[in-house]
Design a protein around this ligand. Structure first.
Ligand code: ATP
Ligand code: FE2
Length: 323
């Protein structure tokens, strides 16, 4: 069975076809803002201009007749972007006369990670631009055990990078700078119960930079503090839930220092650490296609009249009736 998936919740626009075993084709064309952060209306304009071409390229590799189900990222995300994706998915489903599955973007990050690693029942640390959550499955739902109280870690890294004159996306640039950091400066370490917060840290790090501390030392101090917070909460979730696997997903998961901290924590506790390949970590069409396929095979179909954009779609609201 083959599913076509469209991802377009924010900056990323990506269309893929997968079957049960692998990604067959993936075509992507991200929106990159000329300056500053992501503007929802500009991103949605980009999506509506580029999506036709991406679908054409996908159909050159897999003819439309071979596709069994159409999946799309229904939320959470930026309203204008989600509406473009939902409209295109609806048109494809009607034109090809195929069922439609609206996929929760966060669930898709988790499921593509489980698909492409050996993780079975992990504590998932999902770290991206807009989201930072510690997720685990309890019965027939995924539950969020801890999350950011303000901005996602990726947005925090991007904001700090922009303040230091670096272009979007800032995460990878901060990672490179941090490798040459020599001095650690203390920053506010904010963990409240199982939740954490980054915006105070960003302001404090920006002040450090303004006071003359080098970019390298600011980047190093920021990463060490923020990633220690994320590792602490992930470890606590492992202990509370008595689980022994950690899965790292989301764009920030590409960061080698974050991976290293989690790996060390897992080794200390006798837990296993998993991370999917980099191209499936950040936003991508394959994760939507795969999760749509999985859901469809377990009876999930989204009627056209319920295929509207869900900007605040929570992972807990999806019934998980698969292994
Ligand atoms: P979501 O909709 O799930 O919030 P997103 O739109 O933020 O996702 P992702 O691809 O999951 O998209 O994540 C993008 C973020 O990842 C950006 O903030 C970027 O700076 C960050 N990022 C990418 N590579 C790295 C890296 N090596 N180190 C740190 N951050 C990174
Ligand atoms: Fe994402």
């Amino acid at each position: 069975m083959k599913a076509l998936g469209i991802e377009g919740t924010a900056w990323s626009l990506s269309v893929a076809v997968v079957d049960e075993n692998d990604v067959i084709v993936m075509e992507s064309d991200p929106y990159i803002p000329k300056e500053g952060g992501i503007h929802p209306r500009e991103a949605s304009q980009h999506h509506s201009e580029k999506i036709g071409e991406l679908i054409k390229r996908v159909f050159e590799k897999v003819p439309p007749e071979e596709i069994d189900v159409i999946a799309f990222s229904q939320g959470p995300g930026m309203g204008p972007c989600l509406r473009v994706v939902a409209t295109v998915a609806r048109v494809l489903a009607l034109k090809l006369n195929r069922p439609l599955v609206g996929v929760n973007h966060c669930l898709a990050h988790v499921e593509v990670g489980r698909w492409k690693t050996k993780a079975k029942n992990p504590v998932t640390l999902y770290v991206s631009g807009g989201n930072s959550q510690v997720i685990a499955r309890r019965g027939n739902r995924y539950r969020v055990f801890g999350e950011t109280l303000d901005i996602g870690i990726g947005n925090a890294l991007d904001k700090l990078a922009r303040h230091m004159g670096l272009k979007h996306p800032g995460g990878p640039k901060i990672e490179q700078l941090a490798k040459n950091g020599k001095n650690y400066y203390e920053l506010p370490y904010v963990v409240k119960g199982m939740d954490f917060s980054f915006s105070g840290m960003v302001t404090a790090a920006q002040r450090l930079f303004d006071s003359g501390v080098s970019k390298e030392d600011v980047a190093f101090s920021f990463q060490e503090t923020a990633f220690a917070m994320l590792t602490e909460v992930t470890e606590r979730a492992l202990a509370y839930l008595d689980l022994d696997e950690v899965l790292l997903v989301g764009g920030v998961g590409a960061n080698s220092r974050l991976q290293e901290m989690l790996r060390i924590m897992c080794e200390d506790r006798g837990a296993k650490f998993y991370a999917p390949p980099k191209h499936l970590m950040g936003d991508n069409g394959a994760m939507i296609a795969y999760t749509g396929l999985l859901m469809f095979k377990h009876g999930h179909v989204t009627p056209i009249e319920e295929s509207y954009a869900k900007p605040d779609f929570r992972i807990e609201s999806v019934e998980v009736n698969w292994e």
